[in-house]
Design a protein around this ligand. Structure first.
Ligand SMILES: NC(=O)c1ccc[n+]([C@@H]2O[C@H](COP(=O)([O-])OP(=O)(O)OC[C@H]3O[C@@H](n4cnc5c(N)ncnc54)[C@H](O)[C@@H]3O)[C@@H](O)[C@H]2O)c1
Length: 322
């Protein structure tokens, strides 16, 4: 079967990672890149693909089956609506939209156009998170009691993001989705406290602790922030502790045993095929007309959780979700 022909809208940090991931799978071919940045287009040219300065030009290419939208978080709406209108299948990076309303508009446009819409919640495609999910689902931990997640990133990230989105919108949505997926239940109540940054000064939440009650009784806590020193050997501190009444699964990415030493120092790289494993089912859903593994509703649910946590910070109150 011919691979699905994909275009990439946005060739920044994760857009480049998507192009590497696509190079490693046979189900899809990257055929075009759109980015208004000349620098980004120059980098994309080395891939031997067509490059465009606007997503509209890319979408007018009849040969393209689907697109990966990797524009900044607050700029997912317009390219997604335009892609749906052009009849192109969509893999949109997390968060599906900067607001719940944006997410819903994208979902409705995709339904109207009859195209596939998948949200790039990458944690679902990490073997480690998959292991946690399957252990819970198989009852290996007994009755699930609680989950603790940590996602703290390097201090240079908020400078790069420059207030375009909060830490919960940028990082927290990863874990909000993973928690819903692993716990396999809907959140009913969220409470969040934060420390607004003196260091970063962007007026967005920086260091947050969110507790989440799920409908099945499980309690979860997410510690999410971006204060890890840039010279930290792993460059992040990502963890997941899943506790049942008969066992625990601990994921600890900060203390992975893979270490790289070079002139710039020592690093524990996050080696994963996750992005390739995310792109693969998107491509096969196009080729075989099958369902995507992460739906628009999943994407919207994660944004709702982030928004509720931020509302809790503002009001000082727990927020009931249903
Ligand atoms: N899945 C993951 O693990 C992961 C990791 C990092 C970022 N992300 C997500 O990926 C998205 C992009 O983040 P990033 O860090 O790569 O951002 P970035 O700022 O590094 O890159 C965004 C790129 O989009 C381009 N762009 C802006 N408007 C555009 C348009 N209309 N058409 C085409 N290109 C346009 C910019 O010029 C830039 O090159 C965000 O939603 C972010 O949350 C996901």
């Amino acid at each position: 079967m011919e691979p699905a022909k994909l275009g990439l809208i946005g060739f920044g940090e994760i857009g480049r990672a998507h192009s590497d991931a696509l190079a490693g799978i046979s189900e899809a071919d990257l055929v075009a890149v759109a980015d208004p940045s000349e620098h980004a287009r120059k980098q994309a040219e080395s891939l031997g693909v067509k490059t465009f300065s606007t997503h509209a030009e890319l979408l007018s290419e009849a040969s393209i089956d689907g697109v990966i939208i990797a524009t900044p978080d607050e700029l997912h709406l317009e390219p997604s609506l335009d892609a749906a209108q052009a009849g192109k299948h969509i893999l949109v990076e997390k968060p599906i939209g900067a607001t719940v309303q944006d997410g819903q508009k994208i979902k409705e446009a995709a339904e109207k156009a009859g195209i596939k819409l998948m949200v790039g919640h990458t944690l679902r495609f990490f073997p480690e998170y998959n292991y946690a999910k399957t252990q819970v689902a198989a009852g290996e931990l007994g009755q699930l009691v609680s989950v603790f997640a940590r996602r703290t990133n390097v201090i240079s990230q908020p400078k790069r993001i420059a207030g375009r989105i909060s830490v919960l919108g940028f990082l927290g949505v990863h874990d909000f989705d993973a928690l819903r997926w692993i716990i396999d239940s809907e959140p009913t109540r969220i409470y969040c406290e934060n420390a607004t940054s003196v260091t970063h000064g962007f007026g967005v939440e920086d260091e947050t602790f969110t507790t989440i009650r799920f409908a099945n009784g499980v309690i979860a806590c997410l510690h999410c922030g971006w204060f890890v020193p840039d010279n930290h050997p792993s460059g992040f501190d990502f963890r997941l502790d899943v506790t049942g009444d008969q066992g625990i699964v601990n994921l600890d990415f900060a203390n992975s045993v893979t270490v790289k030493h070079n002139a710039t120092g020592t690093r524990q790289p996050l080696i994963s095929t996750a992005l390739a494993e995310e792109c693969r089912p998107f491509a096969t859903s196009i080729l075989n007309d099958t369902a995507v593994p992460v739906s628009a509703d999943d994407g919207i649910a994660a944004v709702k959780m982030a928004c509720a946590a931020e509302q809790s910070v503002r009001t000082g109150l727990p927020i009931d979700l249903c």
